[in-house]
Design a binder for this molecule. Structure first.
Ligand code: GLV
Length: 328
């Protein structure tokens, strides 16, 4: 019997590719840049499964072009690039990679928090520009991390991992989440508060909520005005949760102290974005889950999801479990 055909939309860690090659004919877009949309729409015409990344929009246009498609597997925990409702309507299970990237992403968020507080990227630019002429008693001072208050927006898996790290630094941890699991405050030694209180009382704020219609521009001018003028804002979730123009103005005008971003809106950030002119803004290119081990696990997990879908079995990790019986 002919093997099913799958498309892998980027060069990804081998762990997943090896698994896929055992059961499918793999069309691998073996590049570091995303597959152009028109090529993607051509390539999906006769595939049974797609292994995609957050750079591919999986929407009606693509699904219409892929009449044989049986399963969509995203190598990411976030899935705002996918029209899940459209997939569900067509009986297509959608897989993602939760859990395996929790600690790695929290590591990066905490690294951003520390880098923002201690002005690491400014310091590095300073040294490379040949400005380091003496030890400076006033040079590059920032807030303390230990003992400070961290506000976590979204206390799911990654938010909780962030809280555990903060506890190791003797931080007071507040969080805001309308769907926090019961018993969390006692278990982690954290305090659930309303959003305004979190904004007002936090020295550091770290965003760990998914991008949803309700979280788009959750941070805009009104929120920045409530924050402390020294506050450090960390975003390792999704760029559009912050109104980026408002963030620029808040950083420029000293409404808040610093932003450390792993995600922007759009991605990549255009080189003429005014945020890039600010010293008090640190931006890295969406590398939250980028440890060798985690990316290997994500690739392998995305392959497992895809293979299960091709076999008509439930996906080990799916975002639309209501699609119970994939088409075979
Ligand atoms: C990365 O941003 C992910 O959602 O896995």
């Amino acid at each position: 019997m002919a093997k099913p055909k799958v498309l892998v939309t980027r060069r990804v860690p081998e762990s997943g590719i090896q698994k896929l090659r055992e059961v499918a004919d793999v069309d691998l877009w073996d590049e570091d840049q995303p597959i152009p949309r028109d090529v993607l729409l051509q390539k999906v015409r006769d595939i049974d499964g797609i292994f995609c990344l957050l750079t591919e929009r999986i929407n009606d246009e693509l699904l219409d072009a892929a009449p044989k498609l049986r399963v969509v597997s995203n190598m990411a925990v976030g899935f705002d690039n996918i029209d899940v409702a459209a997939c569900t309507r067509r009986g297509l299970p959608v897989g993602n990679t939760p859990g395996v990237l929790t600690e790695t992403t929290a590591d990066l968020a905490f690294a951003l928090l520390m880098a923002g507080a201690r002005r690491i990227s400014e310091g590095e630019r300073y040294v490379r520009a040949g400005k380091w002429t003496t030890w400076g008693p006033l040079l590059l001072m920032g807030p303390d991390i230990y003992g400070a208050t961290l506000g976590i927006v979204g206390i799911g898996r990654i938010g909780q991992a962030m809280a555990r790290r903060a506890k190791g630094f003797d931080m007071r941890v507040l969080y805001h989440d309308t769907q926090a699991p019961p018993g969390l405050d006692e278990k982690l030694g954290v305090t659930g508060v309303d959003f305004d209180r979190l904004l007002e009382e936090s020295d550091f704020i770290s965003i760990h909520t998914p991008l949803l219609p309700s979280t788009r521009h959750l941070f805009s001018t009104a929120q920045f005005k409530k924050m402390r003028p020294t506050a450090v804002l960390v975003n390792s979730a999704r760029g559009p949760i912050i109104d980026q123009r408002a963030l620029y103005e808040a950083l420029r005008d000293g409404e808040i102290g610093y932003a450390a971003l792993d995600v922007t809106d759009p991605e990549p950030i255009p080189m003429d974005d005014p945020l890039l002119t600010l010293e008090n803004c640190l931006i890295v290119p969406h590398i939250g889950s980028a440890s060798v081990a985690t990316r290997n696990r994500m690739s392998s997990m995305a392959a497992d999801n895809l293979i299960a879908g091709l076999r008509g079995e439930p996906l080990p990790n799916t975002v639309n479990p209501e699609v119970r019986a994939p088409k075979v």
